[in-house]
Write a protein that binds this ligand. Structure first.
Ligand code: SAM
Length: 232
């Protein structure tokens, strides 16, 4: 069965989805979706030969190659303009995901929904959505097998406004919806982040030539996380 993480990602696809899964690896997600919904179709994109072959094997073994096409290439270069309505990019860093979106902008004109699951740097995706007419309409944070995962959903030209005027900078970093929810997984994630930063700061203090500017930056970030965790 599919991981809880990828099932949650899949749950944001509409019925009869026409989507691309970029960086699909084994193509587990598109196979799961297309087996559940006989009208769904997908393109599984992979940059690397090994995962590309794995994806072809999964799709072939399950005999759904009539509805899932596996293509090899970088990011959104594997899709033609107009081909898909939803894009999934999961299991990579947020910076890489936003680079893929930025470099493939011309392929996104027909895309109504982007579902991402960044392993780190989710804020890079929130910022990209914000600057490119995709409104952040949903966010999830879950824990699975000792890892914490965030899922961000962006819809083109949605009326939904997730951010507040006063707090947008902070909301871009922590996630406006996640910040309001403050779930256990959210608190867990930021507690880990806080400890990591405190540890790094201590090491900087002990350095022969401390980088004061960098230390101040870390101090600010630590203060901000503490504020968020205290405000309940
Ligand atoms: N999406 C799957 C998931 O969430 O379980 C697989 C995640 S896996 C950690 C990341 C995959 O992205 C790898 O298979 C890698 O080959 C692929 N990848 C990395 N950069 C890519 C790019 N620029 N375009 C397409 N695929 C890429």
């Amino acid at each position: 069965t599919l991981s809880k993480r990828l099932q949650l990602v899949a749950s944001f696809l509409p019925k009869e989805a026409r989507f691309a899964d970029i960086g699909s690896d084994h193509a587990y997600l598109p196979c799961f979706v297309c087996l559940q919904d006989e009208h769904a179709t997908a393109i599984a994109g992979e940059l690397n030969e090994g995962p590309y072959q794995s994806a072809k094997k999964t799709v072939g073994d399950l005999q759904i190659d009539d509805r899932i096409e596996v293509r090899k290439g970088n990011g959104l270069s594997v899709i033609k303009p107009g081909e898909v309505e939803q894009v999934v990019i999961a299991g990579m860093g947020g910076s890489l995901i936003s680079t893929i979106l930025e470099e493939g902008k011309d392929k996104l004109l027909s895309v109504k929904r982007i579902i991402t699951q960044p392993n780190v740097d989710a804020d890079a995706i929130r910022k990209w959505f914000d600057q490119n007419d995709f409104q952040l309409t949903d966010e999830k944070i879950i824990e699975e097998d000792g890892h914490i995962y965030e899922i961000l959903v962006g819809d083109r030209n949605s009326e939904y406004v997730a951010y507040t005027m006063e707090n947008k900078r902070r909301e871009l970093l922590f996630g406006p919806i996640l910040l309001r929810e403050k779930s256990t997984a959210f608190k867990q994630k930021w507690k880990i982040e806080l400890d990591r930063k405190k540890h790094a700061l201590k090491q900087m203090e002990n350095a022969k030539t401390p980088n004061i500017e960098r230390m101040n930056m870390f101090q600010e970030e630590i203060k901000e996380i503490e504020e968020v965790l205290e405000n309940e």
